[in-house]
Design a protein around this ligand. Structure first.
Ligand code: NAD
Length: 257
C-alpha cells in the first residue's frame, strides 16, 4: 500500500487505460477520483466497484475535458490532488487536407489543453501537501508520427513537451512530472479502429491486428491496461523520485525501430 494517504485524480477514467490506472493506484492504496463527461449510474458504479474491491475511497466526478473551466473545476472538486493522471483522449483519422476543423479543435482540447488546465490547478495543491506526481498518458505517437493522425500526434507531442516543462518548473520540489508513451493497448479506443481497418485492407480481425495494427509494434502483442497501471504506480513510488521530465515507453519495441 505504498500510496496510502494519497489522492489520485485520473481524467477520462470510466473506460480503458484510465480505468486500469485507477484500479492500479487504488490497489496501491491511493484514494481515487474517476472522471468522464457523462453522468450515468454505471460511471458511479465503477467508483463503487473500486472502493469495494480495494477498500479505498473512490468517487466519480463528471467534467468535460474539452472545456478548460470544467478541467479546473474537476481538480477543485476533488479537494486533494497528490497524483494527477492526465489520460482523457480521443482520436480521429483523416488526411490533413480533409481533417475536419472541429475534430482538430476537440483533439487538441481533450488530449492536450485539458492537461494544462488540470496541472495548473493541481500544482498548488501538491505544493501545499509537499508531494506530487503528474503522469501524462501520451503515446508512441508522442515520439513518432504516422500519416492521417495529425491532431492526435500534434497533441501527444505537445503533451510530452508539457510534461518536460512541468518537470522543470517543479524540479527543486518533491514533485515529478513524466509521460508514459504506450504503443497499441487493446481498449475501446483501439477496438473502434478495427472495423474500418478491416474494411480498408479487406482482412479479417486477427490478420488486421497482427499485420496492420501491430505492424510497428515489434512484439506483435498489445500492451495491457494493467501494464500502464503498473508503470503509473512505479512513477508514483519513492524509487521514482528522481525520474522527472522524461518519457517511459510501454510499446513492445515500437520506438526502438
Ligand atoms: P478509451 O476510449 O477507452 O478511453 C478514453 C477515455 O477518455 C474514456 O474514459 C472517455 O470517456 C474519456 N473522454 C473522452 N472524451 C472526454 C471528455 N471530453 N471529457 C472527459 N473524458 C473524456 O481509450 P484508451 O485507449 O483507454 O485511451 C486513454 C488514453 O490513452 C488516451 O489519451 C489515448 O490517447 C492514450 N493511448 C491509448 C493507446 C491505445 O492503444 N489504446 C495508446 C497510446 C495512448
Amino acid at each position: 500500500m505504498v500510496l496510502a494517504g494519497k489522492t489520485a485524480v485520473i481524467t477520462g477514467s470510466n473506460s480503458g487505460i484510465g480505468l486500469g490506472v485507477a484500479f492500479a493506484l487504488a490497489r496501491a492504496g491511493a484514494d481515487v477520483v474517476l472522471n468522464s463527461f457523462t453522468d450515468r449510474d454505471e460511471d458511479h458504479a465503477l467508483a463503487a466497484k473500486i472502493a469495494t474491491e480495494t477498500g479505498v475511497t473512490a468517487r466519480y466526478i463528471k467534467a468535460d475535458m474539452s472545456k478548460g473551466n470544467e478541467c479546473r473545476e474537476l481538480i477543485e472538486a476533488a479537494g486533494r490532488c497528490d497524483i494527477l493522471v492526465n489520460n482523457a483522449g480521443i482520436q480521429h483519422v483523416a488526411p490533413i487536407d480533409a481533417f475536419p476543423t472541429e475534430k482538430w479543435d476537440a483533439i487538441i482540447a481533450i488530449n492536450l489543453s485539458s492537461a494544462f488546465h488540470t496541472t495548473a490547478v493541481a500544482l498548488p495543491k501538491m505544493r501545499e501537501r509537499g508531494w506530487g506526481r503528474v503522469v501524462n498518458i501520451a503515446s508512441a505517437h508522442g515520439l513518432t508520427a504516422s500519416p492521417f493522425k495529425a491532431a492526435y500526434i500534434a497533441a501527444k507531442h505537445g503533451l510530452v513537451g508539457l510534461s518536460k516543462t512541468t518537470a522543470l518548473e517543479t524540479a527543486e520540489e518533491p514533485i515529478t512530472a513524466n509521460a508514459i508513451c504506450p504503443g497499441y493497448v487493446l481498449t475501446p479506443l483501439v477496438e473502434a479502429q478495427i472495423p474500418d481497418t478491416m474494411a480498408k485492407y479487406g482482412m479479417g480481425r486477427e490478420e488486421v491486428i497482427k499485420k496492420v495494427m501491430l505492424e510497428r509494434q515489434p512484439s506483435r502483442e498489445f500492451a495491457t491496461v494493467e501494464q500502464i497501471g503498473g508503470t503509473t504506480v512505479f512513477l508514483c513510488s519513492d524509487v521514482a523520485a528522481q525520474i522527472t521530465g522524461t518519457t517511459i515507453s510501454v510499446d513492445g519495441g515500437w520506438t526502438a525501430l
